[in-house]
Design a binder for this molecule. Sequence first.
Ligand SMILES: Cc1cc2nc3c(=O)[nH]c(=O)nc-3n(C[C@H](O)[C@H](O)[C@H](O)COP(=O)(O)OP(=O)(O)OC[C@H]3O[C@@H](n4cnc5c(N)ncnc54)[C@H](O)[C@@H]3O)c2cc1C
Length: 390
Amino acid sequence: MSHDLSTGADPYHDIRDAVRALCAEFPPEYHRRVDEARGYPEEFVDALTRAGWMAALIPEEYGGSGLGLAEASVIMEEINRAGGNSGACHGQMYNMNTLVRHGSEEQRQRYLPRIASGELRLQSMAVTEPTTGTDTTRIKTTAVKRGNRWVINGQKVWISRVQHSDLMILLARTTPLDQVQKKSEGMSIFLVDIAAAMKSGMEVKPIANMVNHETNELFFDDLELPEDSLIGEEGKGFKYILTGLNAERTLIAAECIGDGYWFTDKVVAYAKERVVFGRPIGQNQGVQFPIAEAFIEIEAANLMRWDACRRYDAGLPCGAQANMAKYLAAKASWEAANACIQFHGGFGFANEYDVERKFRETRLYQVAPISTNLILSQVAEHVLGLPRSF
Ligand SMILES: Cc1cc2nc3c(=O)[nH]c(=O)nc-3n(C[C@H](O)[C@H](O)[C@H](O)COP(=O)(O)OP(=O)(O)OC[C@H]3O[C@@H](n4cnc5c(N)ncnc54)[C@H](O)[C@@H]3O)c2cc1C
């Protein structure tokens, strides 16, 4: 189902209204305080969980609401639009589909109802490594079968929400790169019990960073995982991760769209009120045009986001649309952020306006979860058929 702009009808207005009502209990001051304390919005994430929003993508037979990516994206969009930051909890949304689509029935039965009830959180996914960066097929973390255990060795970087999650999806090489026909083969994914892993071979080192985003370096030294922690078939992990990444990119596009609307609403209100040289600053075209331009780009990005959601939920290939939606939305929210901070003048830099916080938060999405350059190269090569550059 797509978002019908031509009639103005919003098929998701029920979800929007409900999420907005919940978010209204956590106004921007709440998120500002959490940011200043470099804390985690526990109460907010708990409230989202209790209301069932964190279980949106879990099928009904496992205790969730069985909604699609389109609905999940509305939840994330509304959090950002209300002045919050979905980065604290969006992992559960995109990781969920990896488990739902590729986990065994036994794994689904064991974990999904407990995630749906809020007893467990599945907020983390460990892919990125320090020495390989975006070149994921060269990851060096290995998983070797020893008896009925998998033994993990290696290192990850920038792995988010590990300290606020119970479970983590881990990508590791199970067949060395020089022994596979295609470099995307020979990697597998595992469901890791974080608390157990931290006692027996996984070290977690927090990385202080520009955004209040709990993210970490992980070190694996002979971490042993039970045999049944493997998700899906051995060697097919990269393919499974890609499904999750398409969901992740689409959800982050929606978050950027939420940010974009937050920035334009905020700057429009301010530009109408702030009087300099005897008139509202918003009466100057030099102020109006960058805001209007950002708004146009947000609306255009939104159309691509709905196309990505529609294709994902219909089980159609959606890699190009998910990437393009994320590219357009991250660019649009950044343009909106720039206009917002610029036309707030000095006040844009004052914490109490929340503009500088949201400005930092939305900047991340030009780099993570995938950089704009890598999206351009994906489109150039896989959509336009240009020669491969790497
Ligand atoms: C706050 C934060 C949270 C994160 N959370 C997670 C997480 O939970 N799990 C996880 O697995 N990862 C996570 N990441 C990692 C993130 O996905 C990567 O940082 C991102 O994919 C970029 O990879 P990199 O940092 O290794 O950059 P690199 O691959 O080193 O690239 C650096 C820059 O070089 C450019 N570049 C590289 N190669 C090319 C090329 N061939 N052509 C043109 N330009 C190129 C790009 O512009 C890129 O921005 C997180 C990162 C951050 C900052």
